[in-house]
Design a protein around this ligand. Structure first.
Ligand SMILES: Nc1ncnc2c1ncn2[C@@H]1O[C@H](COP(=O)(O)OP(=O)(O)OP(=O)(O)O)[C@@H](O)[C@H]1O
Ligand SMILES: Nc1ccn([C@@H]2O[C@H](COP(=O)(O)O)[C@@H](O)[C@H]2O)c(=O)n1
Length: 278
């Protein structure tokens, strides 16, 4: 019974910061929910906030990406009704987990799909282009909601997938519907946005940097215009879907990062979290 209660997100929240003597059932967990459109800086910011506060970090987009990877590998065509039904089964049976690990001073997230490391495989152009179609299916969202809450509860119980430098209770999660649907009771909700052309430029430069690091041939990379088009298409699909669309929660703090540095947006969120904890 106690374990079941503990796995409920946000259980027993109003009792102040947890303390070594506080019984586990009376612990308060602090959840920071960061939502926003594509390439607005959510994961970069969320990782640094988690590292600064010593919280756990869950990248919810990677769960949708892992399911998309599996759907693509099985050749599902989501315009066909039969394949939509297969997607439902696939989403409910695949095993997805993410692990936040320290790589020196940087927090790195490794994603597993059915026990395989798919960290790089979920970042391809094919997954980028297919993921919003997969994420709009209500059955997929329901399956992912269960995964998200299990991961949050599981890690709060002190699972082996949480490194000892991270809290087993407090959490930063980023995505599209964290503050609105997944953890509507989160202590701090942030809606991170930036001008679409600036987001596209940042993503474009990130791809160029990654290609140089991996010594890939840059000619296979999308152009800036293609990056902008893909990003706008993904935003439109995420905003216009019926089930838990991308929205700013009414009680979210909006941060526009267009003219901010990464350090500035991280500091703002850390300060907000610290003042709410106090
Ligand atoms: N304030 C900023 N100034 C400059 N670059 C930034 C800023 N914020 C984020 N970036 C860069 O923008 C790129 C996109 O950031 P990030 O991957 O964190 O976005 P995201 O919102 O998580 O994207 P997605 O929704 O596609 O997963 C990264 O290269 C990141 O380093
Ligand atoms: N809470 C979420 C998180 C993600 N999605 C969908 O997944 C796509 C990929 O997300 P990234 O953050 O990794 O870019 C995103 O475009 C959404 O379609 C979601 O629906 N809800």
């Amino acid at each position: 019974m106690a374990a079941a209660l503990l796995s409920l997100p946000g259980f027993c929240r109003p009792l102040g910061r947890h303390h070594a003597c506080t019984p586990r059932l009376l612990m308060r967990t602090f959840i920071v929910a960061i939502d926003g459109p594509a390439a607005s800086g959510k994961s970069t910011t969320a990782k640094r906030v988690a590292r600064t506060l010593g919280y756990n970090y869950i990248d919810s987009g990677s769960i949708y990406r892992a399911i998309t990877l599996k759907a693509l590998a099985q050749g599902l065509d989501l315009t066909r009704e039969a394949d939509r039904q297969r997607l439902d089964g696939l989403a409910h049976t695949c095993q997805v987990d993410t692990q936040a690990q320290f790589d020196g001073d940087t927090l790195r997230v490794v994603t597993y799909l059915d026990g395989q490391d798919v960290t790089d495989a979920i970042r391809t152009l094919a997954v980028n282009r297919g993921v919003s179609e997969v994420a709009k299916a209500p059955e997929v969202r329901q399956a992912v909601l269960q995964i998200q809450r299990r991961m949050a509860g599981y890690k709060r119980e002190g699972s082996e997938t949480t490194t000892d430098k991270l809290s087993t209770t407090d959490l930063v999660m980023d995505g599209r519907d964290i503050g609105t649907s997944v953890f509507p009771q989160a202590e701090l909700k942030v809606y991170l946005e930036a001008d679409a052309t600036v987001r596209a430029q940042r993503r474009y430069e990130e791809m160029q940097r990654q290609a140089m690091t991996k010594k890939e041939n840059g000619s296979t990379l999308p152009t800036y215009d293609e990056v902008l088009r893909d990003l706008q298409a993904r935003d439109a699909a995420d905003v216009n879907r019926t089930h838990s669309p991308l929205r700013r929660a009414p009680d979210a703090v909006v941060i526009d990062s267009t003219n901010l540095t990464i350090d500035q947006q991280v500091s703002k969120i850390v300060e907000l979290a610290q003042s709410r904890m106090a």
